[in-house]
Design a protein around this ligand. Structure first.
Ligand code: HEM
Length: 428
């Protein structure tokens, strides 16, 4: 029987290259792009703890899907905001929460949110119609944030988003934006974010008190009623409520902003999607889904997924020591020319003509394995509902230069999307 060749050390970027990168003040993605060229897994000597970048499909699958027990979530970067909610914890506490929340987010479970998604989309469409009438430019990125928060607020509380809550909860966006892509959570609040944390707590306390009083059917009500949460002081209800708001807000808002930017640069792609079939037809639905899928290929908003090796392991033929930080990067996998034809192009057709299911580990905007995104179906449907509502009804034109990407906890446009909006049927 053939024996596997002995495992070798992970090829590592030279320290000098890291020093040059630091001196240039370049974004982390530049350094990771260089490391990615070294092989399927590569070492990035950034801190005192060893770090390995993983982009190769088989290795990605190994870490996220096959061996989640060997690569665990520890010291999550968002613990200071999300506490011990489902995203940050591991082991039994995670399993218990996942079992409790999973039924809310199956494809069938997501159907019950269809009405509220349409209501939130209609709210955005009314705002766009107003701007079309007045000709006043608007910030489409702010619209995408408001829509995403409105949807998750309606789902979690059963109420439409009011302006005070909207204003106050923008604080969560600032906290996320201030969280670096790498590095452990300190568990403490940065002094300049104290007021933002207070705003998030105020919103949360108000919503939980209202839910206790009214018992309106909602995700929050389900959390309150869950005997499975070992939660005498209500902390896990708070932690999971904030987790849903944050996880369901930043990610979809950024993806929708990318979608608008990509369509702005590639107007024929929108024409293609709308021409596939009439509103509500399976062909139109599949094309809109492809627009979103292709946006998530180019900009998987959760662009860097962190784990810690819980024991020594062999990954893609290389030794990985216990304690190593393992950074799995969908952004680099999704743009690898060995895996994707014309990876830099926005070509939604690739998912439809012919219908294509990407090979294992080549496409994972929602992660993979047991810790994959709980809200994937919810997020996909919500983004599709907004695209189905806005794209046939409006044109938009940016009035300022399109922002480039910023890579912190999420990858998102680094600035507003100021645009004029026109109603399509008003153009004659
Ligand atoms: C474009 C939209 C979204 C993207 C790209 C996205 C991406 C992801 C990714 C990559 C993970 C796995 C992280 C890891 O493995 O470390 C994740 C986890 C998670 N997401 Fe999402 N997400 C999106 C929308 C949502 C929405 C709308 C919700 C809630 C309604 C949500 C709730 C969650 C939760 C609860 C987890 C943790 C699951 C667990 O650890 O068991 N996400 N998401």
């Amino acid at each position: 029987m053939a024996t596997a060749p002995p495992a070798t050390a992970v090829p590592e970027l030279p320290q000098a290259e890291v020093a040059r990168w630091r001196a240039a003040g370049a974004p982390l993605i530049d350094l990771l792009t260089r490391a990615h060229r070294l092989g399927p897994v590569s070492g990035v000597p950034l801190a005192d703890r060893p770090m390995v970048l993983v982009t190769d499909p088989a290795a990605v699958h190994h870490v996220l899907a096959l061996h989640p027990d060997r690569y665990v979530k520890r010291s999550h970067r968002m613990r200071h905001l999300l506490g011990d909610g489902i995203i940050t914890v591991d082991g039994t506490p995670w399993r218990r929460q996942r079992r409790l929340l999973q039924p809310q987010f199956t494809v069938q479970g997501v159907h019950r949110y269809e009405r509220l998604m349409r209501d939130a989309a209609a709210h955005t469409a009314r705002a766009w119609a107003d701007s079309a009438r007045t000709g006043r430019p608007r910030d489409l990125a702010a619209d995408m944030r408001r829509f995403s928060l409105d949807v998750i607020w309606r789902a979690t509380t059963g109420q439409a988003l009011d302006d005070t809550t909207h204003r106050q909860f923008l604080a969560a966006g600032r906290i996320v934006a201030a969280t670096a892509a790498l590095g452990p959570s300190t568990g403490t609040t940065a002094p300049d974010l104290v007021d933002d944390h207070a705003d998030v707590e105020a919103v949360t306390a108000r919503a939980i008190a209202a839910a206790r009083a009214t018992r309106t059917p909602s995700l929050l009500d389900a959390l309150l009623g869950a005997a499975e949460l070992p939660d005498g002081d209500g902390r896990l209800v708070r932690d999971n409520f904030v987790t849903f708001l944050v996880a369901g807000y930043e990610t979809t808002a950024a993806t929708l902003s990318w979608l608008l930017l990509l369509l702005h640069d590639n107007p024929d792609r929108r024409a293609w999607a709308l021409a596939r079939g009439p509103a509500g037809s399976p062909a139109r639905t599949a094309a809109i889904r492809a627009l979103i899928g292709e946006t998530l290929r180019l900009y998987p908003t959760a662009w860097l997924l962190l784990r810690q090796a819980a024991r020594d392991d062999v990954l893609a033929g290389h030794r990985v020591a216990a304690g190593t930080t393992v950074a799995v990067c969908p952004y680099l996998t999704h743009r690898d020319p060995r895996l994707w034809a014309d990876p830099g192009l926005f070509r939604p057709q690739r998912f439809v003509d012919p219908p294509q299911r990407p090979a294992l580990g080549t496409y994972y905007p929602f992660g993979l394995g047991p810790r994959a995104c709980l809200g994937a179906q919810f997020g996909l449907r919500e983004m599709a509902v907004l695209a189905e509502t806005l794209l046939p009804a409006f044109d938009f034109a940016l009035t300022t230069a399109p922002p480039g990407p910023v890579f912190d906890l999420t990858v998102r446009p680094d600035g507003p999307l100021v645009a004029t909006v026109t109603a399509r049927n008003a153009r004659g």
